[in-house]
Design a protein around this ligand. Sequence first.
Ligand code: BMA
Length: 818
Amino acid sequence: MKWIDLNGQWFVKAINVRKDVPKKYVRILEWIPATVPGTIHTDLLANGIIPDPFYRMNENEVQWIENYQWLYRREFEVDAEFLKERNIILHAEGLDTYASIAVNGKIVGAAENMFVEHRFDLKKHLVAGANTIEIVFDSPVKRSKQLEKKHGALQVALESHRVYVRKAQYLFSWDWGPKLTTSGIWRAISIEASTGPVLRNPFVKTVEVNKKFAVIELSIEIENFQKPISICVKVEGDGFSHEVEKKALSPHLRFDLKIDQPNVWWPNGYGGQPLYTATFTAKQNDDVLSQCSATFGIRTITLVQEKDDEGKSFIIEVNGVKIFCKGADWIPSDNFIPRIPDSTYERLLTMACDAHMNMLRVWGGGIYEQEIFYSLCDKLGLLVWQDFMFACGEYPQTSWFQKLVSDETQKVVTRLRNHPSLAVWCGNNECEWLFCTENPDKTPDDMTGSIIFRELLPTIVKQLDGTRPYWRSSPFGVGFPNNESNGTHHQWHVWSFWKDYKEYENVNARFVSEFGFQAPANIKTWEETTLPEDRFPQHPVIEHHNKQVEGQERLYRFQSAHYNVAADFKEFVYLGQLVQANALKTAVEHWRRRKFKTAGSIFWQLNDCWPVSSWSVIDSSLRPKASYFYARRFFADVLVSIKKNGDTLEVWGTNDRLQRVSGTLHVRVLSFKGEKISNLSKEVVLKSNSSGILQKFYEMPVSDENKYDRYVVAQLVSDEGIISENRFFFTEPKHLLLPLPQLFAKFDAPKDSSLHLIIQSAFFAKDIRIEIDGYDMELSDNYFDLDAGTSRSIVCSSKAKAFDVEKKIKISSLHTIK
Ligand code: BMA
């Protein structure tokens, strides 16, 4: 196989534009340099034609872009040898979206689906020497509106015409994202030439696995198959190596292989992630005709749905072990996807892993993610719940649309099916739920386009994969699609329907794949995107960066329920983040206590695509919010939590380890000034992979009059030290009589490459916030409590020296001014 790489510099201009292009944009009528892969917005930005769409309210300034037609063009050289190959194909891995492609002035093909690769025959179109390629992108918005006009408006949330285009739905605006509807060559593009057979679509399935051996099935397809050929298959990885030669008598080769003593792949927290590679090589004599490979893991995955007293379970089992799925929903990390560096994926996914997550849900309004996303999930043990890209609406039922979807599904399943991290295929996000909410007398099957999710997708998934469960929607279940008693559940009474987070404790769903609470981005992130005079919670610029209808209003409503509302922007951010953190903590602790009645707790959302107040726990500049640090604690493999249940107080132990945990449970009542009011210590055992009550108080250990300055702290201590620690307050933080804690911080003698910050507190300190001015430091913890007279050591990863940073540390906490 030979290649010509067409990535890199192209040129772009607007065509068929009305004469009245505003003067400041006239440069778009002439060729300007462009970058491929890229988007029209980032090209205009790089040429200084538009301002940064994320800054202040610039989004409004750049709305015209989506209405224009854009022509991309470049030249490339082809040598005479290349032209001798029998098959010459243009391989576009991603065109966004309505594209018409011409080579040397002749149309060679068209595209209308952003999500898939395209191949166009160029055999007759290339010449030796200089060639040109031109790709015209039609306005996606005009096209979708035309389609909507022709076929009729469907019941859709947000911009209704979007469902007619196979394009990332969030780019039409979302309740956390701007309206920046892109166009462009968004993934790699090249020309491939070959004469002999080409190996494609390798697939490795785990057929059986036990302690002694595993059986895997390997298969490959042979394009341009002319006659039987020999294929050498090498399987390597994790100390295993095996090579075998097979004769392919048809365009498909399939065979089984036994691997003795296999090392199986586990989700994060359950074991290792050994990966194997199968390399397929087609040879003629000693010449390599074609080669391709697949990385895979050996593991099985099943969905356990068994009837019980609450309805039906929804439990993911990996290698026969029940997994409580802990994680977050994932959205694209930018509106301009091609500019997301690999390092962003690495950072976000590593942070997810460090917060003990074992599952991410790729939400259906975004994209089938880039390869790097899945390969990192494979390496890190993050299970992927993969939605197909449909969200919040009915979708066309017409045959042309189904054809598009069928082609897309085949390509997506074939591309992703080898990843051991890929755990569940899911039809869509919230389509049936919204439909049945708006049409209470109808069933999910009555929804326009429902055939896609009940027939088309599952049939293709079964045919081309068959190794992992398919679930019709998130949420979905028998009866009303957002039932608690069976299937998956999205919990939005809390926050979106104005209910406060205590309400989570009444939600007994089986697998919660969405719930969430908003919080503002971090101060440094706001500083990058606003002017100092904007930084007031109700400033139009700040409200512009909250896309939910009445989003900013809710921030006030919930802040006032728990804290004294701040007028100062910085405090508003601090308190807003604490509300979110406590909301997620309340929900997750409750559902983990119900393990496995509830078997998944996936919060909305991990990341952001631009600077915004949203449900994310990590903002668009990759800075963690308070909730991220809370997540590290509430998702820890061993969790002690405290629950007020009517008149009793319960201390629970939840253990995700596959071994029992034994230790001493200490439950103390302390005053903020440090008095020890009571102390209970007892030996406890937490059974493996389970949850249960460790201690029950039939009388409240803190009386009503003492609830303003006393609290309960529970600690589980084993040979490893304190494995889990949690606190319980009998009133809201706004009513606590918190003394000035007298915090003291200093750096310990430097160890290895990190700095150790020791924080001491004379009195009880609530929600300590560490800030290091001018430095973006990674902290091992933040937003934590300290009991009176105790200290904590925090690891700060930075190249900076303790000496430089010491004066820049700011430590604060919540306290009552009296
Ligand atoms: C869910 C998601 C998204 C949305 C989020 C917050 O319903 O599926 O559509 O962004 O809630 O409202």
